[in-house]
Structures are given as C-alpha cells and as structure tokens.
Design a protein around this ligand. Structure first.
Ligand SMILES: [Zn+2]
Length: 145
C-alpha cells in the first residue's frame, strides 16, 4: 500500500520493529550497522534474537564498511508500483557485504554505459525516503561522483 506524503508518492515503507530499529537508526545516522555476535563475532542480517551460527543470545550493533559485491541482480523493466515509475528501468540486487551478510537492495547512479554483473564491487549509498526512513542502497564502486 502506498503512502502519500504531500504530493510525493512513497513506496511501501519498512515495518520498523524493536528488533530492526537499530538497523534503520544507523542508516539515519549515516553509518550502516549490523548485529554482531558477541560470542563468535559473526555479523548477521536480517536482525534476529539468536545468532544463526552459534545460537548465542549476546550481540551488539557494529558499523560495517558499506563495501560489497553484487551476488545476484535483476533489472525491473515493468512497473509494479506507481512510486517506482520514475526509476524504470531499475536494478534490484542482492549485495554481499565484505562482512558476509547479504542485503536485498537497489542499485542507484547507473547510466546506460554501466555494466551490472555478479561479482562487481559496490558501495553503500544512503538515500533518505522520509523523515523516518533512510534506505541503504548501493552504487557501483569505482565510479566518479
Ligand atoms: Zn554467534
């Protein structure tokens, strides 16, 4: 369901819960943070109560580099939601961060000369969507601007 903010049509907004709030807050603060297990040191995403690697309940939120590579992607040519009309065509990607976890995200800053391929290096691009939500999107690394 779309949310109207003034005359701007917003895409569906994330449902921020107590468990995911530190993630979204870190995006608003300008430095992406993920949960890190206090016992085995594994980073994890999405947020969870227990570590998927060792089942520990102890964790902290720590900054990650914002660097990664494209694990998989698809280019959307068809409009599925009016809020994305101005973006067509756009690339939805699974980015594997240097720290290990994979995020489902969107690539930005692409032009027709850019070649998107699996394994390509990307870097974090934080994009404000509303007063409460800053999206962790990615752009190809090595590009100027
Ligand atoms: Zn662990």
């Amino acid at each position: 369901m779309a949310t109207e903010l003034g005359e701007v049509l917003l895409p569906p907004l994330p449902q921020i819960t107590e468990e995911t709030r530190p993630f979204w807050d870190s995006c608003k603060e300008g430095a992406l943070k993920l949960q890190r297990c206090s016992d085995c040191s594994e980073f994890r995403f999405p947020p969870s109560v227990a570590c998927p690697a060792c089942a520990s309940m102890n964790c902290s939120w720590e900054p990650v580099s914002g660097k990664g590579t494209i694990f998989s992607f698809v280019t959307f040519q068809r409009l599925y939601h009016k809020a994305f009309a101005s973006l067509l065509p756009y690339v939805v990607a699974v980015v594997e961060l240097e720290e290990g976890p994979r995020l489902l995200t969107r690539l930005v800053g692409l032009n027709e000369a850019d070649v998107v391929k699996c394994g390509a290096p990307v870097r974090l691009h934080l994009e404000p969507l509303s007063d409460d939500v800053v999206l962790p999107l990615f752009e190809l690394a090595g590009k100027q601007g």
